[in-house]
Design a protein around this ligand. Structure first.
Ligand code: SAM
Length: 312
């Protein structure tokens, strides 16, 4: 996107906001903090901006990820499929103590305990309203014994060295300040041979988000600039942090085209339950769905990363 169209878009946004002082104030606050907490308060109970139903629907699933749409046709199914992909990559099993960082409303933790029977999950999240609501949901399901959710940051994990079998971060690590500090913490708390799995979004290989609209998009969303590197650099940083058996599985084609279509359908007034996504073969991999992400934040590569702490 050129500077001219950047300026045009931004000036029309400014004119729009000047006539709405409350929203203008909110935008200024979002841009000045650079933390994701304000953004998540704004999202409320929906992954899409502007669709917050203020937790008024008790049956509404509270996922906050883009979903893995390879076989799923609805948003909740796509989100559970994403949680399943992370769990399968991490080889979650009954004996595992799992550290989950950036758990949103805890939807994935309920899923992993109920479907993978993991022994224990300890979660950290910096958005305290997420932690509060997630805890209530865990309690209501009678799973407080196995799921322990706390307020805390990925970059200062209040756990003993070598205390967990797996560390997972489902669509949250791009927020961490910085992601590399989290890698070091993950290595520290993992037992030898333990596994780290991340579902993460990064710039396309060799690219770096730039320009005013990306700066605004990333700042609003709370993504530090230090985290803007592609999957090859990412793997190198994992290696330098001490991890081995590093793998990167790109799933962009099964994420972006469908979530873009989902967002479009919701913007037409359809509810989460009403939207079913059926993509034609030529729409997958056509790059259509990445346009939205590419113009807003410049992160177009959705990758499942896995790595292990060496056994010795
Ligand atoms: C996109 S949401 C994903 C939520 C959830 N994993 C899901 O799939 O529904 C990102 C989450 O990461 C959390 N988060 C962001 N930065 C964090 C940090 N530094 N430490 C811990 N959690 C963080 C946010 O509060 C939010 O709950």
């Amino acid at each position: 996107m050129g500077l001219g169209s950047d300026i045009q878009q931004i000036s029309s946004a400014i004119f729009y906001l000047i006539s709405r002082p409350k929203q203008l104030w909110r935008e200024i606050r979002l841009l000045s903090t650079g933390s994701c907490v304000g953004y998540y308060e704004l999202l409320g109970d929906d992954v899409l901006e502007g669709h917050n139903q203020a937790f008024s629907l008790s049956h509404k699933p509270l996922w906050l990820n883009l979903g893995y749409w390879k076989e799923a046709r609805t948003y909740p199914d796509a989100c559970s499929a994403m949680a399943r992909l992370v769990a399968d990559t991490a080889e979650l099993c009954e004996n595992d103590t799992v550290l989950d960082v950036g758990f949103g409303f805890g939807e994935q933790d309920l899923f992993w305990v109920e479907n993978y029977r993991v022994k224990r999950i300890i979660g950290f999240n910096i958005t305290s309203s997420h932690v509060e609501r997630a805890r209530q949901r865990v309690e209501r399901r009678g799973l407080s014994e196995s799921i322990d959710l706390r307020v805390g940051s990925a970059t200062e994990i209040a756990l003993e060295n070598e205390s967990v079998d797996k560390v997972v971060a489902l669509e949250s690590a791009f927020h961490f300040d910085t992601r590399v500090r989290f890698f070091r913490e993950a290595l520290r708390v993992l037992k030898p041979g333990g596994k780290l799995v991340l579902a993460d979004v990064v710039p396309a290989i060799g690219e770096k988000p730039g320009g005013l609209s990306h700066w605004i998009g990333l700042r609003r969303w709370g993504v530090p600039r230090a985290n803007l590197y592609d999957r090859e650099v990412y793997c190198e940083k994992l290696r330098k942090s001490g991890f081995v058996r590093i793998n990167a599985n790109c799933i962009s084609d099964d994420v972006f085209p469908a979530i873009a279509r989902y967002a479009e359908q919701r913007s037409r007034g359809l509810s989460m339950e009403e939207v079913r996504i059926e993509l034609a073969a030529d729409e997958i991999g056509s790059g259509k769905g990445t346009a939205l992400w590419s113009s807003r934040v410049g992160l177009m590569d959705y990758v499942i990363f896995s790595a292990e702490r060496p056994r010795t």
